[in-house]
Design a protein around this ligand. Sequence first.
Ligand code: GLU
Length: 510
Amino acid sequence: MKREVRVRFAPSPTGPLHIGGVRTALYNYLFARHHGGKMILRIEDTDSQRFVEGAEAYIIESLRWCGIEIDEGVGVGGPHAPYRQSERRDIYLKYAKQLVDAGWAYYAFDTSAELEALRHKAEERGETFAYNYTVRTQLPTSLSLPKDEVDARIARGDVWVIRFKMPENEIVKMHDLIRGDVEVNTSTLDDKVLYKSVDALPTYHLANIVDDHLMEISHVIRGEEWLPSLPLHYLLYRAFGWEESQPEFAHLPLLLKPTGGGKLSKRDGDKMGFPVFPLYWVSPTGETAHGYREDGYFPEAFINMLALLGWNPGTEQEIFSMQELIDAFSLDRVSKSGARFQPDKAKWFNAQYMHHKSDAELAALFQPALKEHGIEVGDEVAGRVAGIMKERATFISDLWNLTSYFFIAPIEYEEKQLKKYWKGENPARLAALREVLAGIDDFSLENTERIVHGWIEQHEYPMGQIMNSLRLALVGAGKGPGMYDVTSFLGKEETLRRIDHLLNTVKPLE
Ligand code: GLU
């Protein structure tokens, strides 16, 4: 029987979610939706030392903003609730003890001073210390102490941990859906802590495996940094006797710095001026970090960009809606090697989405900026203006500078343009053009263009000179869209008023 696809995104709330984490969530989501499966959000908050207030809410809001929907999990509920590991703490001890009873794990009572001494000795011998088969019987553990002493220590409340008893010199054969077959000799691995009596909490490894099992996860899709944990996870499934239902694994390549070497960090973003987090973040101690949302990126553009960092569709297509990503996504097109982050490409994607927005969408997004500048216009007008200039904008915040002259008549004129065009025959010809315009009844773009062009041709005037003096009058500068976009928007009265203002207030330069 084919297994139901159930994937989970399992972040630890240790700070703002890095865009690499968002990509992991996205690939999980695309995979789940592609296979008609379920997407689960589990919060792995068993490391109280690294817990950061506000991080969970940030993660949930980030996923919401990106359009990554959660079927089961924190904030949603579901058949395996609770989905926050700190609320599942009663579950894990039983499993840790089960491993001890089966000989796969042991109690360790060593103090940090004892460990330090061993570490020191190892270093003196020029070796790196590892907590493994070479030391586990030299330290006070349930492997070296008599059973009654172990029981007595636990009963009197000594501090203990349960560690995994890593087998010696065994080859673990693993399979990764992206990397293929991987092998590791267990002698290179150490005895990881699974459970700590100090806070009565499991560590990541135990909680993660137990929960993936209980939540019936079919595929674990996560960052490459977890690949070194895979042998332990394989062995844990074996130790529990859960190999039959063990999930398949896929480890995603790293997101690399724009320069190539190394993992993309907040510092790279600060240095080069791009965010590495989806949303603006303020830490409990007041440190802040830029976010894509607040920096003006559209969530669709952000997601589209992230999807292509490490996965390719095998075609030239670059623009994908979420549904298109879902349809096209497969793990076998995820690359093994790291994906270099390109800040300019992020902007390029945003511009593409900008260019494809309808006037109505643009109106809603542009209105706040208009209001901020004291411009009260209806959505139809706001959308029309934004629509005329969207091809030149990357962000909504670019629109005001690109369009302010539609709403506010120039009172000053750009020096460079004045010098170039406000001289010779131009002022007189602009005055003549004013009369032509004054005689037009239908001021629509096409009609005005037809009549003005006819007039220019009839007199054999230089087109560029005439149009640039008109631009000077209407825009005040050498920028802006086609002149008839402007005249038709302004209407006859305002067009004439602006021409008159230039004619009456600025003396020609010669
Ligand atoms: N809690 C781990 C993290 O923060 C989850 C790793 C996994 O997906 O197994 O990345």
